[in-house]
Write a protein that binds this ligand. Sequence first.
Ligand SMILES: [Zn+2]
Length: 332
Amino acid sequence: MVDTHHLKEDCDLRQLVAQDLGPAPLHGGRAHLWKCPFHHERKGFSLAVWPDGYRCFGACDTRGDAVDWLRHYRHLSFTAALRVLGEPQPEVSPTEHKRLPAASEPPDWDWQERAARVVSLAEDTLWSAEGEPALDYLLERGLTTATIRSARLGYIPGDFREWRSLEGLEVPCGITIPWFAADVLWAVKVRRAYGDPKYVQIPGGSAHGLFNADVLANHRSALFCEGEFDTLLVQQEAGSLIAPVTLGSATARMTARWYSALIGQQRIFVAYDRDEAGKKATERLLRLSRRFHEMPVPHGKDITELYLSGGDLYAWITEAVQKSIRGSLENR
Ligand SMILES: [Zn+2]
């Protein structure tokens, strides 16, 4: 029988919350105050956290203790939450944490509402006659219509140098890729037909999201891909095996928020492109924690190339995961 009461008493909840949300912006007596992440608070600091509990005095009125925090913010099971509380070394050690930029925040609701309307409009266009060239491009990359629909990809027609004013936002022309996580729209990336850079964003979106993050809750293993289309391809071909996610590029950095979201993952694999930028980015992730493992594509430059040249993503991932499990058992 685990002594839950004791575990909670030994833990200062304010420290635990600071690991997830960064240092408290305000103090009020023993309470430390943050923006409430549960109702995505824009103005004010309604989340009060004491050593033994928290409460939102704003819109959502959520409250609880350390176990509740771990379950609701980090999406841990009850058992996993107790394990975190019982660990002398927290998963997010201060040194690890120092290497990570501060907690990332999603864009404000006004931007999200406008951008969500652009996403819907682009989606309608993709599935109309006007969207045919874009749809053909996506199908040629190996994505199925089911994958394209569930990712809510879309198309803004026009020359690659053009931008459209839609819903009060400046939108580049190309294939739109929305970054949703837990019903929050973090960003809308646009893959242009030509031009450098090929991928641009609708201004106002966050550059610190984690694409496809919602699937993390269903898996104990995650796979970091370099781009969104590779991520969608793994989701399509091997989504039952692993949770594929991406920071969006080899240069994008992980933030403390997403590092916390990965706490439920026993193994985190990295399959970035086989080039200099991909190699550097892989090393950066591997330095974060021993849970990260390299999973290079067996041939081709990246996951899409592997797939299009006849590679079996399901078999490749199954084998790599099993090899890693065997390796860690032998090292015990
Ligand atoms: Zn709240």
